[in-house]
Design a protein around this ligand. Structure first.
Ligand SMILES: C[S@@+](CC[C@H](N)C(=O)[O-])C[C@H]1O[C@@H](n2cnc3c(N)ncnc32)[C@H](O)[C@@H]1O
Length: 512
């Protein structure tokens, strides 16, 4: 049966995903690029943490004291289990926003984040959050709020209402929400199959529905589309709602989004130049790009840095390459098509980081000095490489030292769980203050290694036995593996490839 609490769907759990955009360390270069001082983050809070993977990874991999709340009991239970396993300095609560945000025992925060929450809650809950930001975010502190954006979702609003109406009036009330939403999706699909004028006027809708059906993930679909509240908003509306919290917009945590010339043509750039109001400019930009999701970073009472201070702090920031490919990325794909990345900049920068050695941006600048790359060009390249997960910021030495054992404990939990739960694909690294995608097979190989298996063949054998004990089928590149000699050979080869490619990086990240 479908069940909603405070108008939020609570009869089905959400997916187990980690969101690197929420890692506060990632926001440092964004702040500095805008000329704002990055706060020293000691206390942080995630509202609506879902299954709690992000909040736990960030607490395990840094020396920040984290708090968080999510009122779905199964979510809070798992988040608590992870917190106990890592021993991190984290308090995860199962309270509603109303209860949590009115607590008197919470500290003021340097960072408050929410991902995938704002659009799906009632306006009363949004007010509670704005008030929390007003009262509990320190001056100079950062907030990260992501949400479904207009105009990108405008053509889906009426259709989503139809699906909810179907659930209320037609769907079998004794079915669970996953089944009800499947039939609701089929209902609107049938409606669109009748070639309504609506579909002709909104050709993208059909594609979007097709994508939703293909996803076939009830955990994601029900939370995304079958909440009582679903309110995509323009940037200007969010900006207005946040006014009582007195926040200044910094930019998108997806750095690439901030680079206008990567997305807009000449005429569009010209048009935006004429929009003086910053909120209207952002909203106009979303119209130009038909944006449907935003990851907005805000700051309360920013301190503006002088040009010299800004350059000094940027040069001191350490970074590390986290992709093993030796071929630099050639282009990025945006609405302009394939935008080429200048190899005269990207190649020397990635060459300077090739051995996974941790370097300051100043050291990279020095390594590239014969290539005539300005600091502004270097920073832009690093932001693009951060956005595409090639290069990430590195935490300071004391935070790394303080987080090594918590991060190891958290990873031990994930590695054990990954044997039976294929949703886990990440491991945390104290070096980067958060987690990194490893992939399911990667988790298996690292698990086997940590259990004392030394060679790829020993690792492969261990994985076969462990999977068999669990009564599961192992798949390599989507192909099920039996327990034949050929299958063992294929798995051994894959383990060998994995360690050859990843071992140096994983050691640099203090994951193995
Ligand atoms: C779409 S999920 C996003 C979860 C997580 N941030 C993520 O991205 O994986 C929204 C989360 O907000 C929580 N939530 C919604 N309304 C809430 C409320 N009033 N109080 C506390 N948690 C709430 C839900 O339980 C759910 O886990």
């Amino acid at each position: 049966m479908a069940h909603w609490t405070d108008s939020y769907v609570t009869s089905i759990e959400y997916t187990k995903h980690y969101y690197h955009h929420l890692n506060p360390l990632r926001l440092k270069l964004l702040c500095l690029q805008q000329g704002f001082q990055y706060p020293r983050i000691q206390t942080a809070c995630e509202l609506g943490y879902g299954q709690g993977l992000s909040v736990n990874a960030h607490a395990a991999a840094s020396d920040i004291k984290w708090y968080g709340t999510d009122f779905l009991p199964a979510h809070a239970k798992l988040a608590e289990e992870m917190a106990n396993a890592s021993g991190a300095d984290i308090e995860v609560s199962g309270q509603s926003f109303l209860e949590f945000c009115s607590r008197k025992d919470l500290p003021d925060f340097d960072y408050i984040c929410l991902h995938g929450v704002w659009t799906w809650i009632s306006s009363e809950n949004r007010e509670i959050i704005v008030d929390f930001l007003r009262r509990k975010l320190k001056t100079g502190g950062l907030a990260h709020i992501s949400y479904n954006t207009l105009p990108g979702w405008s053509n889906m609003i009426a259709l989503r209402d139809q699906m909810m109406e179907y659930i209320d009036k037609v769907a079998n009330p004794s079915d669970d929400l996953a089944d009800q939403s499947k039939t609701a999706l089929q209902y609107v699909n049938d409606l669109l199959a009748a070639s309504p004028a609506f579909a002709n006027a909104n050709p993208r809708v059909q594609k979007r529905l097709g994508e939703m059906q293909k996803l076939d993930n009830p955990h994601y679909l029900t939370h995304e589309f079958f909440n009582r509240n679903w309110a995509p908003m323009t940037f200007s509306s969010v900006h207005d709602l946040l006014k009582p919290a007195e926040l200044t917009y910094v930019g998108s945590s997806d750095y690439l989004d901030n680079i206008d010339i990567a997305h807009l043509n000449k005429a569009q750039l010209e048009l935006l130049k004429g929009v003086a109001d910053p909120a209207m400019r952002e909203t106009n930009r979303d119209f130009l790009l038909n944006n449907s999701f935003r990851r907005d970073v805000w700051i309360k009472g920013p301190t503006q840095l002088s040009a010299e201070e800004r350059s000094r702090i940027i040069r001191e920031q350490r970074i590390i390459k986290v992709k093993t490919s030796s071929q630099p990325p050639q282009h990025i794909s945006t609405q302009l098509g394939k935008v080429p990345l200048k190899q005269t900049i990207y190649k020397p920068v990635l060459d300077a980081l090739a051995t996974f050695e941790i370097k300051t941006i100043g050291e990279v600048e020095n390594d590239c000095k014969h290539h005539k790359i300005s600091l502004a060009q270097l920073v832009q390249a690093i932001l693009v490489l951060n956005s595409t997960e090639w290069v990430v910021p590195v935490d300071d030495d004391s935070s790394i030292k303080n987080s090594i054992s918590k991060s190891e404990n958290f990873n031990a939990y994930l590695l054990n769980e990954a044997v039976s739960n294929q949703e886990y694909e990440i491991l945390s690294s104290p070096v980067i203050g958060g987690a990194i995608q490893i992939g399911r097979m990667g988790l298996f190989y690292i698990h086997a290694l940590k259990q004392g298996n030394k060679t790829p063949r020993q690792c492969a054998k261990f994985i076969f036995n462990t999977i068999e004990e669990q009564g599961q089928t192992l798949k390599l590149k989507d192909q099920p593996l039996d327990k034949s000699a050929d299958a063992l050979k294929a798995l051994t080869l894959d383990a060998k490839r994995f360690f050859n490619q990843q071992q140096v990086l994983l050691a640099a990240l203090k994951i193995i």
